[in-house]
Design a protein around this ligand. Structure first.
Ligand SMILES: *Cc1c(COP(=O)(O)O)cnc(C)c1O
Length: 430
């Protein structure tokens, strides 16, 4: 399988080259040359179904022969379903990986894949700007991996205390900088580094953000697993409500759907950033500066995977009948966390709570179908929001607790490209 750009300006590119490049040279996003058709197996474990979902997408690359091992090593943590019977829904809990967020699926596969594709003994630097979960998942996935160094930039004072600690707890081949600035400043620094040809001649630089195929494709795995299981048990397609920011998680679900997994309706649940709900209501696509909300990993005003939506559904201009989008306020997030804990014995993180609000809105509109809510993070990662609402402390998952017990070692850095450049070059080992 080769990959093309959503903007049509690059020749067919191998998966290995697309993975290393991140963004296509014409500024578009890599997409498969054609949509493959998978025949879902009648049963299988998560790594087995992940392998079935990914096989056509890695066909012809060096990853193809290694796929079973890659999937077994990357997806070595539980994936569980928490039923909410009174709501005729279930939470698909994607947060039992090492950093307690769904981004572990993508980051761990990316780490396995880049490691398998490593052609020589040189060092690759992975530069990531993060507003929270991405940096933690990438750090965790590449920690102590030979040949890789990770540099994380996060906005000082603008992530939760627990998130900041988690980003800063690794050391060794993971370097964390707390930037005196906003997340947009961090992203601008990363963009400058990627545009700096002299730097790139001195340093092998790779990105790990949500547009990377190495993160996007493996996120099909849990939708393949859940839909196969649902279909085997009920004979019906599985419907999903997906908390959405940059559309990485949701586009993976749609890619799984369009390549043959038994998936029915897909609902995008956004926070107060209305760019997608306005678009799905029939408006034009109008990116805007992001608003700050309680579901901060989804504070996105210009979803970076949007072009892939238009590519998937060209006839429908990105708005197929089975897809819809709902926007949720902070007050609704809070009410959903309280109600779900009190009446349904499940504690949701603020992002997953958006999916619960969306479910209520579907019910109000007369939709009685079963839905899976994608549970994107463990609520204990957002304790300052969740604990006051439910009135009790939350248990911290063991992996997260181990990290929080380590000393934090982020270095302060001004939001200045020259300062970052010096750091990037200073630490390179030949
Ligand atoms: C990253 C993230 C999201 C948003 O995922 P996208 O792929 O950007 O749509 C939602 N919830 C949590 C907890 C996240 O970390």
């Amino acid at each position: 399988m080769n990959y093309l750009s959503t903007r049509g300006g690059v020749p067919p590119t191998s998966l290995a080259d697309a993975l290393n490049a991140g963004l296509a040279a014409d500024g578009g996003l890599y997409v498969p040359e054609s949509l493959p058709t998978v025949r879902p197996p009648a049963s299988g474990s998560l790594p087995e179904l992940a392998g079935a979902a990914l096989a056509p997408f890695v066909a012809g690359s060096p990853l193809a022969a290694l796929l079973p091992t890659l999937c077994a090593d990357a997806f070595n943590f539980p994936l569980t379903i928490h039923p909410l019977p009174a709501l005729h829904a279930s939470v698909l809990e994607l947060f039992h990986g090492p950093t307690a967020a769904f981004k572990d699926f993508g980051a761990r596969f990316l780490s396995e894949a880049l490691s398998a594709l490593r052609a020589d003994r040189g060092e690759t630097t992975i530069l990531v700007a993060t507003s929270g979960d991405t940096g933690g998942a990438v750090a965790g996935a590449f920690f102590r991996r030979p040949g890789f160094r990770v540099v994380i930039l996060y906005p000082d004072g603008r992530v939760s205390a627990r998130q900041a600690h988690q980003l800063s707890a690794y050391g060794e081949n993971i370097q964390t900088f707390k930037i005196a600035g906003s997340f947009d400043d961090c992203q601008a620094l990363v963009k400058q580094a990627f545009a700096d040809q002299d730097l790139r001649a001195a340093l092998r630089l790779t990105s790990a953000n949500s547009i990377s195929l190495g993160r996007l494709l493996p996120q099909m795995s849990y939708y393949a697993w859940a839909s196969q299981q649902h279909h085997a048990q009920t004979g019906e397609r599985a419907n999903f409500i997906i908390p959405t920011g940059n559309l990485g998680n949701a586009v993976a679900c749609l890619l799984a759907r369009e390549s043959g997994w038994p998936i029915g309706r897909v609902v995008l649940a956004a926070n107060a950033n209305r760019v997608l709900s306005d678009f799905f209501a029939g408006g034009s696509y109008q990116p805007h500066p992001s608003l700050t909300t309680l579901a901060n990993a989804m504070d996105v005003g210009a979803p970076s995977n949007f072009e892939r939506l238009r590519w998937l559904y060209p006839q429908q201009q990105g708005r197929p009948e089975h897809l819809s989008a709902i926007s949720v306020t902070d007050a609704q997030i809070q009410a959903a966390i309280v109600d779900t804990a009190r009446l349904h014995d499940a504690v949701l993180c603020p992002h997953t709570a958006c999916a619960r609000v969306a479910l209520d809105q579907l019910r109000a509109a007369g939709d009685s179908a079963h839905y899976y809510l994608a549970g994107t993070a463990h609520p204990a990662k957002f304790e300052t929001v969740v604990e006051p609402l439910i009135g009790r402390p939350l248990d911290v998952p063991a992996g997260l607790a181990r990290l929080l017990a380590k000393p934090a070692q982020a270095q302060a850095l001004e939001a200045n490209y020259a300062a970052l450049r010096t750091q990037l070059l200073a630490q390179t080992k030949g």
